[in-house]
Write a protein that binds this ligand. Sequence first.
Ligand code: AMP
Length: 281
Amino acid sequence: MKIIRKIEEQQKCSLNMKCRDKKISLIPTMGFLHKGHLSLIDTAKELSEKIVVSIFVNPTQFGEGEDYEKYPRDEKRDLDILADKKVDIVFIPIVKEMYPEGFQTFCQVNQLTKKYCGKSRPGHFKGVTTVVLKLFNIIQPDIAVFGKKDYQQYIIIKRMTEDLNLPINIIASPIVREKNGLAMSSRNKYLNHEQRKEATVLYESLIYASNLIKQGKYGAGFLRKEMTNLIKSKNNTRIDYIDFVNPETLKDVQKIEEPTRILMAVRVGNTKLIDNMEVKP
Ligand code: AMP
């Protein structure tokens, strides 16, 4: 496994792989790896010969007062995990080379970034699309794999890729959960023992809604109210949003008449957790 920290070296290395007709998959991450990340690598291995994992806690996607400084990091552990997983390259750029003095160019997807997570985190998705576009230019992958865990992010990146005619196939990989249903996330580290138990209410409420839909309850307003009551029954929870959306356009849906994605964000203590699920009438 090769560890690359310099942008130019990564570009040369990618060019070399491409000259040898090797298909490259990229899995962008912020590190502190868990089984969710590893499942993206498994998805990528089915699709290409060369696997590049990037680890970069991207400062431009964190707002003021957010957790950029305290975001969990453990490079040595990550590298051991990736070596075990037999990935080809780990790209770990340094902040100063990604954003040198004078940096002032950003990439922004306009509409899809306004709602849901974009509402409470203005500028977040602009930082995400900018860094992902930079990683695409540096690594030049044929395929990039993203988790459905961050569903809005996946749709935004698909939009950017189409809008800018990037020759990259964007693949979405399913959400990996703990046994109790909690979606795996590096930020789960912030939860104490009690909060971890309470955090399962996100998944429980999604399952509850999908069962109500199976019983013929199709109104988004009713479903939101039922989910809200369940979540509020737990201590320390504060709902940020629960929305029912078209899986492609992310436009609001009032009635579940076709496949719909439920998107949700809930604060457990000070930690904002997101989850989502597809439901069908
Ligand atoms: P992050 O390191 O949190 O920025 O995540 C890097 C990639 O891993 C993103 O595409 C995430 O959507 C994906 N990911 C994170 N957690 C999970 C999970 N529990 N299941 C599937 N994919 C995930």
